[in-house]
Design a protein around this ligand. Structure first.
Ligand SMILES: Cc1ncc(C[n+]2csc(CCOP(=O)(O)OP(=O)(O)O)c2C)c(N)n1
Length: 810
């Protein structure tokens, strides 16, 4: 039976559950409901900032939890507290700790207070960044707030089960799979199904297959907007009917529709969907209708403003807890008195847990407050400003629920009040402040990048070896040899993208590799950039080493949201609890036309902090960066130079081993007069310009930054500037784009302004996109001539006698 339109009420015997187990389920649903109610109260009373809860969704999640097995993965959203509690991977105390933003991993192990409440994630990694045995755990990939953003990674999480089942070379990786029997449990709200990401991901899983069970929690609204404005005909499973699996086919979905208050049917549906998904790798969509939202969308508003009184009344009657209670009573599994007693006990229990969580949250803050208070007391004994100090003390002590910000404000006020006073205890306060600042920098900012031994900056550099036998080949052949070596060396390396499989990529770097390694190791995908990245994220979360290809840099924009919101923040927002070392391969800067020769690097680097962005100038360096990233445990983007595939390079004898450390610029040409900083395709243009500049007596030091994130970690560019005292930053991004970033790094962060004898310059493409054709390109982007003129102008400004202008100054 592929579709269960309506499942008739079944007797408890059919559920294979004892009355005790059913009553435990009811108790758990009550706990979760009371947690929502108490949580909302905590926000409204000012103890927490914001709350979003899973009330109205409890029973479906309890039913789902029964079908889970260790090794399974969740990719869901903020309504799923009951599922996590039912699985035993989230306690009520942790639920409240997260609500209070308790920034301590012991109290709040999911995000250490970094994500807002109801953003769930289990810890896949040990403290040293190494993998745990994911087969021994129930796993939850980390939630995001942007609606639908959990969808792209479902593609990869699900596909990973297929790969682990179908690729014999992955058999040794037992901590990641048990022959691909792991189900991916997706959840999404009805309204979020209007997002493009939902359709792209649902389609991709339909094409690829795999054990996804995707639940749609349908309470008929997206905040205040009803289904009729969200989904065609207002009915998501009807709209998805074309995704339904055809009889006898293994592609497409089994689609179920079940009521969110119908305990028995929910259990049956999840058992059935799970069995088929686990065994046959056939995905399922479970459209859970008639759900409610008793407290409204979140603590930010009240649903009485937009729901009719009939709807509110209906929600009360069809509340899943009320329905389960009636069901239990109908079957005489308990009595009214017993259930009432259970309710009041559970309510008290939740209150006690809440209080413990609050006290645990507050204790270290109070301790810090006491420390500051003691220091201020001591200061007062030596101070002429006792009035000011005691006013600050009083203000601080009056705060009922202090936070660290209040304490820091008081410290600042004290230091200002005593700014002109010699006070022996002042240094004690300054020391305290500095120590706490360092702790808070870690508390809120650690783990943006890997902190493990395997971080990319730790990978030792291996230079290319050349011998007399090293052939000179086209750039794409260097990459081809490098990818061949990676695929041969590591079974976890899986490459995919548009035209990557059969064709070997639009520039042939994977030519012949699908034939050699099979269609699962090197594969084609649909045209779906966001879910190509999602596919990579999901696979990497499960221990694989994906190389995901974006056909052109310009099309990375389709995937930028998911790169930015999910991949780049993932390690940081779990405080090192999860990692997704995805390698994104793309090519850019130089082809023809508006959408094939762009260089939107400022857009990218400023949105993907948490990833490496590498911009090698040739394919040997690109190969070295790929090898580095593969040895590391961090995600990165490598932008190959589009017009470099046919240029000749010598193939290193050790192309499979060469590595290049990110963040280390290379001086391409030493010089004394001016530092010219660039990267990627602009290196060749600048090289030619520097030759011409040398003819007119300008000695340029040309630097290839090679990596934008991280940027020049050892200050190579500053050392050059100290020598030349003149600097130009050049690239093909827009004015104020990545050149402005490089300038900020060198002039501000490296303090290059001390060494400047002239205004620093940037040379960029125009603000408009590159126009088509040779001349369109020439007059839109930097050229040898414009590099020459910019550098020469700078020298003219400094020394007009030596460098007279022979063209109009730009
Ligand atoms: C991309 C994005 N757009 C808008 C929002 C604001 N927002 C948060 S939840 C929500 C409604 C989601 O409704 P639904 O998917 O039905 O889930 P529910 O909250 O009802 O469970 C909206 C519009 C968001 N978080 N992300």
């Amino acid at each position: 039976m592929a579709q269960k339109e309506r499942i008739a009420t079944v007797e408890t015997e059919e559920l294979a559950l004892t009355p005790e187990e059913i009553l435990d389920d009811y108790r758990l649903a009550l706990q979760s409901r009371f947690a929502s109610i108490v949580g909302r109260r905590e926000v409204l009373s000012g103890k927490a900032k914001f709350g979003i809860f899973g009330d109205g969704k409890e029973i479906a999640q309890i039913a789902m939890a029964k079908a889970w097995q260790p090794g399974d993965f969740r990719a869901g959203y903020y309504r799923d507290q009951t599922l996590l509690i039912a699985l035993g991977i989230h306690t009520l105390q942790q639920f409240f700790a997260q609500l209070y933003a308790h920034a301590d991993l012991d109290a709040e192990p999911m995000t250490a207070g970094r994500a807002m409440n109801a953003h769930f994630a289990t810890r896949s990694l040990n403290a040293d960044g190494s993998w745990k045995d994911l087969m021994k755990m129930y796993n939850s990939s980390p939630d995001l707030s942007p609606t639908g953003s959990q969808m792209p990674r479902m593609v990869g999480l699900t596909y990973a089960s297929r790969l682990y089942r179908e690729l014999p070379e992955l058999a040794p990786y037992k901590q990641f799979s048990r022959n691909g029997t792991e189900i991916i449990w997706g959840t999404i709200g009805n309204a979020s199904c209007a997002e493009g990401l939902f359709w792209e991901a649902a389609n991709a899983v339909g094409v690829l297959g795999g054990p996804l069970v995707l639940s749609i929690w349908d309470d008929e609204y997206g905040i205040s907007v009803p289904n009729e404005f969200q989904i065609v005909h207002g009915d998501i499973s009807a709209a998805l009917s074309g995704f339904q699996r055809k009889p006898g086919s293994t592609r497409g979905y089994d689609i179920y529709r079940v009521k969110g208050w119908d305990y028995a049917s929910l259990i049956q549906v999840y058992q059935q969907a799970a069995a088929v998904a686990r065994e046959k790798h056939i995905p399922a969509i479970v459209h859970v209708v008639e759900m409610t939202q008793p407290q409204g969308h979140s603590t930010s508003g009240s649903h009485e403003r937009y729901k009719s009184s009939e709807r509110l009344e209906w929600e009360e009657t069809f509340d899943c807890l009320a329905k389960l209670r009636d069901w239990i009573l109908d079957r005489r599994l308990s009595t009214v008195e017993e259930l009432d007693a259970m309710e009041s006990e559970t309510r008290k229990e939740v209150e006690t847990i809440r209080r413990d969580a609050w006290q645990a949250y507050l204790a270290p803050i109070r301790q810090e407050l006491e420390e500051v208070s003691d220091i201020i007391d001591e200061m007062a004994t030596y101070s002429a400003n006792t009035d000011a100090l005691s006013a600050i003390q009083r203000r601080l002590r009056r705060i009922q629920n202090p936070n660290r910000k209040n304490i820091f404000q008081a410290v600042r006020d004290v230091l200002i009040a005593l700014r002109a006073e010699e006070n022996p205890t002042k240094q004690v306060l300054i020391d305290w402040k500095e120590k706490q600042e360092a702790l808070n920098a870690r508390r809120y900012g650690s783990h943006l990048y890997s902190e493990s031994e395997a971080r990319a900056l730790n990978i030792p550099e291996v230079a290319p070896d050349f011998s007399e036998e090293s052939p000179t080949v086209s750039g794409f052949e260097v990459l081809n040899a490098a990818f061949d070596a990676m695929l041969a060396r590591d079974a976890r390396v899986i490459a995919f993208g548009e035209d990557l499989g059969a064709l070997g990529g639009v520039n042939q770097a994977f030519a012949g590799l699908q034939a050699k390694y099979g269609a699962l190791r090197v594969s084609d995908t649909g045209i779906r950039e966001a879910t190509i990245i999602g596919q990579a994220i999901g696979m990497a979360l499960r221990g694989l080493r994906p190389i995901a290809e974006m056909q052109y840099l310009d099309y990375v924009l389709y995937a930028l949201q998911i790169l930015s919101d999910d991949l780049a923040t993932l390690h940081w927002r779990t405080r090192g609890g999860q990692k997704a070392p995805v390698i994104v391969r793309t090519r850019g800067h130089r082809l023809e036309g508006i959408w094939h020769s762009g260089s939107q690097l400022a857009g990218i680097i400023n949105l993907v902090r948490g990833m490496h962005v590498l911009v090698p100038r040739d394919m040997t360096r690109a190969a070295a960066f790929y090898n580095t990233l593969l040895q590391s445990d961090e995600p990165g983007i490598v932008v190959e130079v589009l017009n470099g595939y046919r240029l000749k390079e010598q193939l290193p004898d050790n192309v499979g081993e060469i590595t290049l450390t990110p963040g280390v610029p290379e001086i391409i040409r030493p010089g004394a007069d001016v530092t010219l900083v660039t990267y990627g395709a602009m290196c060749r243009i600048c090289e030619e310009a520097t030759r011409l500049l040398a003819e007119v007596d300008v000695d340029v030091e040309l630097i290839d930054v090679q990596s934008l994130l991280p940027f020049d970690v050892h200050g190579v560019i500053l050392d050059s500037l100290k020598k030349t005292n003149h600097i130009v930053f050049a690239d093909e991004d827009v004015p104020g784009g990545a050149t402005a970033y490089m300038m900020q790094q060198v002039i501000e962060a490296q303090k290059g302004f001390y060494w400047l004898d002239a205004q620093p310059r940037t040379l960029t493409a125009n603000a408009h996109r590159p126009a088509y054709g040779t001349d369109g390109d020439y007059f839109s982007k930097p050229s040898v001539e414009s590099v020459f003129e910019t550098v020469y102008n700078l020298m003219h400004d400094t020394n007009p006698q030596r460098y007279p202008l022979f063209f109009r100054q730009r």
